[in-house]
Design a protein around this ligand. Structure first.
Ligand code: TYD
Ligand code: MG
Length: 487
């Protein structure tokens, strides 16, 4: 008898290889390869058999916008691009225990008034689901529950003209297709189960929500292996030690990505946060050195967060660099620019950077705020409390304009900020740039990183000579010094 071929498949990214190795060649993660039965060999090439001709259609022509299912949970409706679309598949990924089951139960309950909603759990028993619903105060809604894991049984049940309009599968990693040899949770099981369910959803026209756990150790396949198959991917993130939870859309065939929905985990489930900036700035102490407020954008929504940094002389040969909520590589770049272009000595210092509230920021517009927090920490000079700051930093020390300046300033003004440090808007041939800034804030424009440093009085000895000098600034209409407390 021929030996059964096996494959080693990375449970993180799905790359398969014929022999085992400790490190995945696809994504570089360690210890994520697991043995799975190799897929049956596909025939090589098309052969002589003739196919049918496909017909082409024009781009013009009338197609109705697909109907949307609006849950009324605004933070959820925003990230889905205005409600879920019939016949679409949505993946909700996140760490175990972050609140995925809670959010989908709340969405299910909210939609059950107008739709037939089925919640299929492979992880929890019916009693557990009922207890959760009770806790969330949605126990007397018309959601129907089932505890099942066999995709064959589930498909058989749902393939019905009277079937539900919304189906929730919690979680896709517990589902299995009995024709495969691999264990539930492996890449091939997760993919095949999802494929079968998505195909059925398209055919029957129900919306499908798949819950998927993000895994660190690679025992079960992560939601990444499904991202290309579904229409919408939402990640539920946040720090379990904080109450804030952020639902972020990373892919959406029916709306914008990078939208976020902000929730707060309470004893009675997730509560929507209508004004996240106020929440993220709630515990802020004003006028402390090493902190500043970044006016950021998350999708279409402005969001103010505090960026904190602490620098101190290191006793280690390799100083510590600890970053929470931002990219370590980007911090290294900004420190290098500060040192090389402005002569601010940061080597030999331990540097800690924190985005307050457990939020993760990926916008380059936060560069200037990070630089500001660092400079403020090194100099011991605090930025006046009612100031916001944003801008991107280039390698030669130039400050670049960022999009949506007005939205950022408007949010800052709404929250009672009085000043803003922003990039000098680009000027085209003597003309002033288009964006008209009307915010009521006192604006300080900076075009180079030196302009930012000039706002702080750096004590002697903390500032050396720049190691590399950039070209003299073209438009160095030096920013007027701000009246800093100790300046
Ligand atoms: P859960 O939705 O079960 O997480 P997941 O499905 O992502 O694994 O929620 C897990 C945590 O949320 C759990 O530790 C308890 C907490 N929680 C609350 O704080 N309040 C609530 O009302 C509920 C339902 C859960
Ligand atoms: Mg769960």
């Amino acid at each position: 008898m021929a030996r059964k071929a096996v494959n080693y498949v990375c449970q993180e990214c799905g790359t398969s290889s014929s022999k085992w190795s400790g490190r995945c060649e696809g994504c570089g993660k360690w210890n994520t390869l697991a043995e799975e039965a190799a897929p049956e060999a596909t025939p090589k090439g098309l052969g002589a058999k003739k196919g049918r001709k496909i017909t082409f259609q024009g781009l013009r022509g009338k197609t109705e916008h697909p109907p949307r299912q609006i849950s009324g949970i605004q933070e959820f409706d925003r990230v889905t691009g205005g409600g879920m679309v019939q016949g679409s598949a949505l993946l909700v990924g996140g760490d175990p225990g972050i609140g995925k089951s809670t959010v989908v139960m709340q969405v299910a309950a909210a939609l059950s008034g107008s739709l037939k909603v089925a919640y299929i759990s492979g992880e929890e028993a019916i009693d557990q689901l009922r207890l959760r619903a009770d806790r969330l105060g949605v126990a007397d809604t018309d959601v129907v529950l089932a505890a099942a894991t066999s995709v064959r049984d589930i498909a058989q049940t749902l393939d019905d003209a009277d079937g539900p309009d919304l189906v929730i599968i919690d979680s896709i990693q517990t589902m299995f297709v009995d024709s495969l040899d691999s264990a539930p949770g492996t890449v091939s099981q997760v993919r095949t189960s999802a494929q079968e369910l998505i195909r059925l959803a398209k055919r029957r026209g129900f919306a499908l929500i798949l819950v998927g756990h993000v895994t660190k150790e690679g025992q079960i396949a992560g939601p990444r292996v499904l991202e290309h198959m579904v229409d919408t991917v939402l990640y539920f993130e946040g720090d379990r030690s904080h109450q804030f939870r952020i639902l972020r859309s990373v892919k959406n065939r029916f709306g914008a990505t990078d939208e976020i929905g902000v929730f707060e985990m309470t004893g009675e489930g997730l509560r929507e946060v209508a004004n996240p900036s106020a929440l993220f700035l709630a515990d802020r102490e004003e006028d402390v050195s090493g902190a500043c407020v970044f006016a950021g954008m998350e999708g279409s929504r402005p969001l103010l967060v505090e960026i904190q940094s602490l620098t101190m002389p290191s006793s280690l040969a390799t100083p510590r660099r600890a970053v929470v909520g931002w990219d370590t590589g980007r911090l290294a770049m900004i420190m290098a620019v500060l040192e090389a272009r402005c002569g601010l000595t940061l080597s030999g210092m331990d540097v800690f950077l924190n985005v307050a509230g457990g939020l993760k920021i990926s916008e380059p517009a936060a560069d200037l705020a990070v630089a500001c927090a660092l400079v403020s920490s090194v100099s011991g000079v605090a930025l006046p409390g009612e100031t916001v700051i944003f801008g991107e930093i280039g390698l030669s020390g130039e400050i670049r304009a960022v999009p949506q300046i007005n939205a950022r300033l408007k949010e800052a003004s709404k929250l009672g900020f009085a000043r803003a440090i922003i990039p000098t808007p680009p000027r085209t041939k003597g003309k002033k740039a288009a964006p008209t800034i009307q915010s009521g804030l006192t604006i300080t424009e900076v075009s180079r990183l030196e302009d930012l440093l000039a706002l702080f009085a750096i004590p002697d000895g903390k500032r050396g000579k720049p190691q590399a000098s950039a070209e003299p600034p073209v438009n160095h209409a030096a920013a007027p010094p701000m009246d800093l407390p100790h300046g």
